[in-house]
Design a protein around this ligand. Structure first.
Ligand code: AFP
Length: 333
């Protein structure tokens, strides 16, 4: 069918009818997420006119200055999940601790959602693509009780749904509930997400690499040699790869998902565990990558297998086309 004819709601009904294993509530949840991110997309598109650019005086738990739009997006998502009664609690990059919703109905919610409300904050004020990343788990604590830290600290293999929204030249919602990856573009004329990228597959190989190369002299030697390999004619293309780094993980990831490529945020002396957060950034995108045929590792270990020890844990991250990630890992030893 022609791209754009199938609305997210139609797609969800079709998926639920075709696959009885998908729980109906997940359909409602992605619908709630779609509603919330439309509000964030609107604020993002209005930029300075909505008065949402710039910093707040506050910092998040990681000591990073918070942007107004970061905090607003966080509030919009929390409010959506709190009122939807499907989610019993959340954890987000912007909050020190997880939030257990305390209404009686919420305590019977089956899910927890972990998210980065606005990834790529440094790009907010300069009109460059940013995104929202989310991850959904079935809670492990008993229904009817408040959620606990154990609900949040599940390995990525336990995700039942994950995805991201890219606020770029168009707004796109890309998600998977474990049965492939589909992408929807927001149609400004109707305000509806319409299927534009059905059954997305990440090319097995590519010629794009994304890394903050300002850090290269401080990286381990294996990575330095891999980047030299990318820049040489020794790779499968016989030409240097192209370096592309937006500095918003979600945008770099999306480009690589479509065109093929690798994104790397390694361990560096300033951030020995890497910069990216396992629960809010790495796990959801690893889930999407694997569902689309790609790979996500720390350089040595599969991301989805990591059992988290803390909410704001960071890990080194190598994600993208399968053969490129495998090649990078072969240099690390
Ligand atoms: P925020 O979500 O705090 O904006 O972090 C952005 C990010 O995690 C990721 O989106 C970027 O790729 C990366 O950090 C940029 O880090 P550098 O500025 O160190 O390259």
């Amino acid at each position: 069918m022609e791209a754009g004819r199938i609305r997210l709601s139609d797609h969800l009904s079709q998926q639920l009818a075709a696959d009885q294993s998908i729980h109906r509530d997940l359909g409602r949840l992605i619908h709630d997420i779609a509603t919330a991110v439309k509000e964030i997309a609107l604020l993002t598109s209005q930029g300075a006119l909505a008065g949402v650019l710039g910093n707040l005086s506050s910092q998040n738990v990681q000591g990073e200055t918070q942007k107004k739009l970061d905090v607003l997006s966080d509030e919009i998502l929390i409010q959506t999940f709190r009122s939807g009664n499907l989610v019993a609690g959340i954890a987000s990059e912007e909050n020190d601790n997880f939030v257990a919703f305390n209404s009686e109905r919420a305590a019977f919610g089956s899910y927890v959602v972990l998210f980065d409300p606005l990834d790529g904050s440094s790009n907010i004020d300069v009109n460059v693509s940013i995104g929202t990343i989310f991850s959904v788990y079935r809670r492990v604590s008993p229904l009817g009780s408040p959620v606990t830290l154990d609900d949040m600290l599940q390995p990525g293999t336990e995700q039942v749904m994950a995805g991201y929204v890219l606020y770029g030249s168009s707004t796109m919602l890309v998600y998977s509930s474990g049965n492939g990856v589909n992408g929807f573009t927001l149609k400004p004329s109707t305000g509806e997400f319409c299927l534009s990228h059905a059954n997305m597959r990440m090319p097995e190989n590519g010629r794009l690499y994304a890394m903050n190369e300002g850090n290269i002299q401080e990286c381990e030697q294996g990575l330095v040699r891999y980047i030299q390999y990318c820049q040489s004619r020794e790779n499968q293309t016989g030409m240097p790869y192209s370096g592309r780094y937006i500095g918003s993980l979600v945008a770099d990831f999306h480009r690589n998902l479509i065109k093929g490529g690798i994104y790397i945020y390694p361990s560096v002396p300033a951030s020995p565990e890497g910069r990216l957060r396992l629960l809010y950034e790495c796990n959801p995108l690893a889930f999407i990558a694997e569902q689309a045929g790609g790979l996500a590792t720390t350089g040595r270990q599969r991301i989805l297998d990591i059992v988290p020890a803390q909410l704001h844990q960071r890990v080194p991250y190598y994600v993208g086309s399968k053969l490129m990630v495998e090649k990078a890992m072969s240099f690390l030893g």
